[in-house]
Design a protein. Structure first.
Length: 210
């Protein structure tokens, strides 16, 4: 399987399936079928089967999927068989909330660095990780082997910070700043637009006349 062979919409759903499988494992379910995954993921069984077919031939007709085996396959596909090393750049309210989120590690992510431009925050202990100065970004990223960066900086600073991250070898960025980043094509960027998602919800309420 290659990433080019999997449609982007399917890739978007794979982490959801992995979450459902981890939940099923927590419920001591050794086997799960596509209907059960679909109910947990909020989709339909045919879509689940089609999405999983891109990963290979798994499951037994009439029985379902071995939960542990499918977790392993999805984790391998998503590149989280070992924990990815993550830096949070920007320790404001959002950055601190993300740093406190307990679910990263079980999903294959480990926050190894937190950086901020505010001198008053530098040195603050955050879950055994000290906030470091953004002036030391290159040194911290190199020292910690950061692979993924989460940007929670102001919009006007986002592009410059992203450029620095890419220059020091970070290949994937989750951007919470409300601005489009202009980065090389080989850098994976995800835009987290919370306000935009709320507007979509508002659109649906408008359709319902509410």
């Amino acid at each position: 399987m290659t990433s080019q062979a999997v449609p982007p919409t399917t890739v978007d759903r794979l982490p959801v399936y992995l979450r459902c499988l981890l939940q099923a494992k927590g419920m001591r379910m050794p086997v799960i079928n596509s209907v059960q995954i679909a109910e947990m993921a909020g989709t339909n069984a045919a879509q689940v089967r089609k999405d999983l077919s891109y990963l290979g031939e798994f499951g037994t007709r009439g029985i379902g999927y071995d939960v542990d085996s499918l977790i392993t396959q999805l984790s391998r596909c998503l590149g989280v068989t070992e924990q990815r090393r993550v830096a949070i750049v920007g320790y404001g309210r959002l950055g601190s909330a993300l740093q406190s989120y307990p679910g990263f590690e079980e999903r294959g992510m480990r926050v190894v660095a937190v950086l901020d431009a505010d001198p008053s925050k530098v040195g603050t202990a955050v879950n055994d990780t000290a906030v470091e100065s953004i002036d030391e970004l290159e040194a911290v990223v190199s020292r910690e082997g950061v692979e993924i960066a989460v940007l929670t900086v102001p919009a006007e600073a986002a592009q410059a910070v992203a450029n620095r991250l890419v220059a020091v070898g970070v290949g994937a960025i989750m951007n919470f700043a409300p601005v489009r980043l202009d980065l090389p094509a080989d850098v994976a960027v995800r835009q987290a637009d919370v306000a935009g998602e709320l507007q979509v919800l508002s659109f649906h309420l408008e359709l319902q006349g509410r």
